[in-house]
Design a protein around this ligand. Structure first.
Ligand code: C2E
Ligand code: MG
Ligand code: MG
Ligand code: MG
Length: 291
């Protein structure tokens, strides 16, 4: 007990729980105020083609609490979902990502897509596609430069309704990616019936490529399935030369991960747009040779 709860000193377990609730409420209030006064930020992580060129940026929510410090989205999103703040926060994310992407285009940078994570609660709203249309209209971003990331579980929850929602979105001209692909519990037979554009292979499959029970067969299966269905495929969480080389060898179109870049501020993302390839293809051949 001492070792496990050492940080909490002599406080009882229930007072620790109590404190957690207070922290949570405080965080929720802080988030509500941040949403009003501009306290949220987006960071951008590149998705590169096999030659290391930036093809897209994934927008990732960032929040720094005045006393708690940086709060990760894995903590923010559930809190925002509980209070339904996720609807207005999600719209802010969408608008900010589109505005920023359009801004880069206006400044003359080569056009790329921006990929925005969409929560299940946003996707479930009947007027979601209308919100997306409004944001595109307001920001002037052409729809082919916006991608929406949805997880498998969100899409298969209500297949009929999801299909309708996806069709509305597709009619706008935006693209759809299935995030964390392979971690859901869904059957594969739903996939070919959904109007989607890309699969994002969950990073767990990439990080276990070199494990004793390699995930390589799964990776190969996902990539070849994506190819057969004419879907694009993104490898997530690429951290090493070997992982990158293997994904390229197997035909993965896009790669995203710390090997290329961590998520960075909008200012730094802009530099990545004219920095040339983030990874030299020469180095890729070296890595392939040793893989
Ligand atoms: P995700 O959509 O799967 O985003 C990728 C996450 O993997 C990001 O974490 C990113 O920083 C991390 N990552 C990228 N490359 C690597 C790598 O090479 N190694 C490792 N270990 N991690 C890597 P982040 O930013 O903490 O976001 C976590 C999750 O929070 C996201 O997972 C997404 O589900 C959610 N999220 C983030 N921003 C938003 C948002 O604006 N709206 C909603 N609804 N969810 C969001
Ligand atoms: Mg994502
Ligand atoms: Mg993901
Ligand atoms: Mg993930």
């Amino acid at each position: 007990y001492e070792a496990k709860f050492g940080n909490y000193g002599t406080r009882t377990f229930s007072s620790v729980l109590n404190q957690a609730l207070i922290d949570r409420r405080e965080l929720e209030q802080e988030m509500a105020s941040a949403l009003k006064h501009g306290g949220f930020e987006l960071h951008y992580q590149p998705q590169c083609d096999q030659n290391g060129r930036v093809a897209a940026f994934e927008a990732l929510l960032r929040f720094t609490h005045p006393t708690l410090g940086v709060v990760p989205p894995s903590r923010l999103v559930p809190i925002a979902e509980e209070s339904e703040m996720i609807i207005s926060l999600g719209t802010w994310v969408l608008r900010e990502a589109c505005r920023q992407n359009r801004q880069w285009q206006v400044e003359g940078y080569p056009p790329v897509r921006v990929a925005v994570n969409i929560s299940s609660m946003q996707f479930a709203r009947e007027d979601f596609a209308d919100r997306v249309a409004e944001v595109l209209d307001e920001t002037g971003l052409a729809p082919q430069f916006l991608e929406l990331e949805l997880t498998e579980s969100v899409v298969v929850k209500d297949f009929t309704e999801s299909t309708r929602q996806l069709q509305r979105l597709k009619r706008l001209g935006v693209s759809i990616a299935i995030d964390d692909f392979g971690t859901g519990y869904s059957s594969l037979n739903y996939l070919h019936r959904l109007p989607i554009d890309r699969l994002k292979i969950d990073r767990s499959f990439i990080q276990l490529l070199n494990a004793p029970n390699s995930t390589l067969p799964i990776l190969e299966a996902i990539i070849s399935m994506a190819k057969n269905m004419e879907l694009g495929v993104v490898g997530e969480g690429v951290e090493t030369d070997e992982q990158m080389a293997m994904l390229c060898l197997k035909g993965c179109d896009l790669l995203q991960g710390f090997l290329y870049s961590r998520p960075v501020s909008a200012d730094r993302a802009k530099f990545l747009l004219h920095a040339g390839p983030l990874y030299e293809s020469l180095m890729r051949e070296d890595a392939l040779a040793v893989a």
